[in-house]
Design a protein around this ligand. Structure first.
Ligand code: ZN
Length: 285
């Protein structure tokens, strides 16, 4: 496993961690100034911006882009809305390519309002991902399916385990010997509890399907299902153990901090959060 001490260049900040307190250019500069090697911006921060100019700003700041967040939910109540979701995602995939991001991060959505048909949501996910993959390949971008903790199965994601995500990868893009365009984002918050985690990470090794590694911590108790993620070291996840597995599988990309924290970190100054992220990455991850 890589030693992160003195190696913030291997580390990335997902801008959600900073609570969107500053415009994207200030955020880029703050992350670069703190010594990190990469950034993962969100689409909401690029609305109304010239994406090529932002890409240049990121490059000039010396940062790589470890991921671009995130997809519009795929499943919809009718065909027209489903196709509109895919079209929206195609535009975001174009931006992913313009940013030269390591991957477009896919948070896939789940049963549309009024429905109880989880199997149908998963069928729409498979069809939608296939359509997006075709487009991603044509523009040279990669798609990272991010399985979400099952507590989100009712709204945010019908993709809930690494095994399910990898099965979908295998079905849509069978191993061919070429580098894959469809892979996964391993977010410790979502997968740390999974008894099959080690086996599934080992499974991706040969195909190099891990495109992103997101770290934070699981707080006990958790006060909010979405916005009470912990700083690394403040919770119960054995982060080095999982990172060791992921890196043993051949992952050589960034270690990206992604913390949604309306109770704590979003209330702190950006510089303070970045300092603590840097300390924890080098000491407890
Ligand atoms: Zn994530």
């Amino acid at each position: 496993m890589r030693d992160l001490a003195g190696r913030l260049d291997l580390c990335s900040i997902n801008t959600a961690t900073l609570g969107y307190q500053a415009p994207i250019r200030e955020t880029i500069d703050a992350i670069a100034r703190a010594g990190f090697g990469a950034i993962a911006p969100w689409r909401r921060e690029l609305e109304g911006e010239d994406v090529a100019a932002v890409a240049r700003h990121i490059r000039d700041a010396g940062l790589a882009v470890s991921g671009y967040c995130r997809s519009t939910y795929i499943p919809a109540a009718n065909r027209e809305a489903f196709l509109a979701n895919i079209e929206d995602n195609r535009r975001a995939i174009d931006q992913t390519a313009a940013l030269d991001a390591a991957a477009f991060v896919m948070v896939v959505g789940s049963i549309p309002e009024g429905s109880k048909d989880l199997a149908d949501a998963r069928a729409q996910l498979a069809e939608g991902t296939a359509l997006m993959l075709e487009h991603a390949k044509s523009v040279g971008a990669r798609l990272a399916l991010e399985p979400l903790h099952p507590m989100y199965a009712g709204d945010r994601s019908c993709l809930n385990t690494l095994e399910q995500a990898l099965d979908l990868c295998d079905a849509l893009e069978p191993a061919s010997g070429e580098a894959p365009s469809l892979g996964v984002a391993v977010d410790l918050y979502h997968v740390w509890w999974d008894p099959k985690l080690e086996a599934q990470i080992a499974r991706v090794g040969a195909q190099q399907r891990i495109f992103a590694l997101h770290v934070c911590d699981w707080l006990v108790p958790t006060r909010d299902m979405l916005t009470d993620r912990g700083m690394m070291g403040d919770g119960v996840i054995d982060i080095p153990r999982v990172r060791a597995m992921v890196e043993a599988s051949g992952y050589a990309g960034a270690v990206e901090v992604e913390i949604f924290s309306s109770f704590d970190w979003w209330k702190r100054p950006i510089a303070e959060t970045l300092t603590v992220c840097a300390e924890r990455l080098q000491s407890v991850c």
